[in-house]
Design a protein around this ligand. Structure first.
Ligand code: ATP
Length: 452
């Protein structure tokens, strides 16, 4: 039975071939057009997900000009459409040019209908996947603004942050660089009763030691050469709000003592001042360093650690978050392509595989920068692994037989969908197109835990 949801537009000027194609692809809802203008009319009317088009169209069927013009118009009007270009047998140059412009794939004529049907099927799947990703990214995926995740571990952290927001405890966020510590700190502030007051961030590693004290505590006029007027420090500026001390592991020893005193007494003295000023501030700190090791090496005060780390939140690196790299990558492509006026840019299959395979040592920041660059560099409307500067994933030659390949593919699909649905078996089974008992069987077979 024809799948009415899946409209295929066939652009072909030869009536006999047009008929043959309609017949060969009757598994889809087919609509046809014989020239560029009617193709555009059909595109507007039916919004097909996939288009096959002959490059040689009237009025000059032996020329490719009209075909390329149509391709450009289709991609400008409906950038998500997957266009499969049909070329002459020895016309690789134009085929490559079409893909460069943003066509999904090309096929040489005369073609084997079964083979072309497979490519069309793949194009529909890609279209659906992209639409699903856009939908998921658009949904509020976590309770914290600006934080995207579907990873069970990260979602749990979001819930912890929500719970901690209203308690007036000091929170230490520990995790590698670029894992989103500042995003979480801002989220904590935004959900807290202090949300209407200021969120002040200071990076202890970025400010020279000699200046850090005055940055934190402020100074009175004349306290030192150059102190021409009274200046409030970050702690005082954050009064009634939240102070985010980033890279706390880099705080020099003398300042550790001063900060400890502030945490104990909740008063500060500006440099050169005599007055004790009470400050009501919530402290959130973060570091990529291992504070316990620093304590054992005498680089960090243990008493300060226990004051700061009333609650410790360990943030996992991106490589340990199931499915997040691709989810974030799609969201970044959307954001940066919108900002750069390149609507319709999308990740190619090889880019998605390369993103999944990469370890992202610089975490979300590295991924973000990588996609920012790729959006600018990409030719056509597909971002390839090459645009990302990543190695395409090698075929897994070590897979010895079909069963192994199938098992591995199934295991990965189950893992990803379970992560995406936050362990919801009913929803995961629905997405995977299998029954719940079958999904339970797979979960058991692959030794995966239902939750997380
Ligand atoms: N889960 C996420 N969803 C969307 N964007 C994120 C997420 N995590 C981080 N980012 C983005 O990645 C970048 C790095 O995040 P952030 O500055 O919070 O990391 P960090 O752990 O504080 O880094 P550092 O330790 O280097 O200070 C920011 O631009 C941030 O907006």
């Amino acid at each position: 039975m024809a799948d009415k949801q899946r409209t295929l537009l066939i652009v072909e000027d030869d009536p006999a071939l047009q008929k043959q194609m309609r017949w060969a692809f009757d598994g889809f809802e087919t609509v046809v057009a014989g020239d560029r203008e009617s193709a555009i009319t059909q595109l507007r009317r039916y919004e097909p997900a996939v288009v096959t088009m002959d490059l040689g169209l009237p009025p000059a069927p032996d020329d490719i000009t009209e075909g390329f013009r149509l391709l450009g118009e289709v991609l400008a009007l409906a950038p998500d459409t997957k266009v499969i270009v049909l070329t002459g047998q020895h016309d690789r140059e134009n085929a490559v040019k079409a893909v460069g412009m943003g066509a999904y794939d090309f096929f040489a004529k005369p073609f084997e209908p079964d083979m072309l049907a497979l490519t069309i099927e793949r194009a529909f799947r890609m279209y659906d996947l992209q639409a699903e990703n856009v939908r998921l990214a658009a949904m509020q995926t976590s309770p914290l603004a600006g934080l995207l995740t579907r990873d069970p571990g990260m979602l749990k952290i979001c819930r912890t942050i929500e719970k901690l927001a209203s308690a007036s405890v000091t929170v230490a966020l520990l995790g590698e660089s670029g894992t989103g510590k500042e995003v979480l700190a801002r989220g904590l502030h935004a959900l807290s009763p202090r949300a209407t007051e200021r969120f002040i961030a200071i990076n202890c590693a970025a400010i020279p030691d000699a200046l850090l004290e005055s940055e934190l505590f402020g100074y009175e006029k004349g306290a030192f050469t150059g102190a021409v007027k009274q200046t409030l420090g970050k702690i005082e500026t954050a009064n009634r709000g939240t102070l985010f001390l980033d890279e706390i592991g880099d705080l020099p020893m003398p300042l550790q003592a001063k900060l400890l005193r502030f945490l104990q007494e909740r008063v500060i003295e500006r440099i050169g001042g005599r007055e004790e000023i009470p400050v009501d501030v919530r402290i959130v700190c973060a570091t990529h360093r291992d504070l316990k090791t620093q304590i054992s090496e005498g680089l960090f005060r243990e008493d300060l650690y226990y004051r700061l780390a009333e609650i410790v939140v360990d943030i996992p690196p991106l490589r340990q978050r199931q499915g997040d790299a691709v989810l974030l990558a799609h969201a970044f492509v959307q954001r940066f392509s919108r900002e750069n006026g390149r609507a319709g840019l999308a990740l190619s299959d090889d880019a998605v595989s390369a993103i999944e395979a990469h370890a992202w040592p610089g975490n979300v920041r590295e991924l973000e920068n990588c996609l920012k660059r790729a959006v600018i560099m990409a030719d056509g409307n597909r971002i390839t692994a090459d645009d990302l500067g990543l190695n395409p994933v090698e075929d897994e030659v070590e897979m010895l037989n079909l069963r192994q390949v199938r098992d591995e593919a199934e295991r990965r699909a189950v893992l990803r969908v379970m992560a995406r649905t936050n362990g919801n078996v009913a929803r995961a089974a629905e997405i995977l197109g299998i029954s719940r008992p079958s999904l339970y069987d797979l979960i058991n077979r692959f030794g995966l835990k239902k939750e997380n």
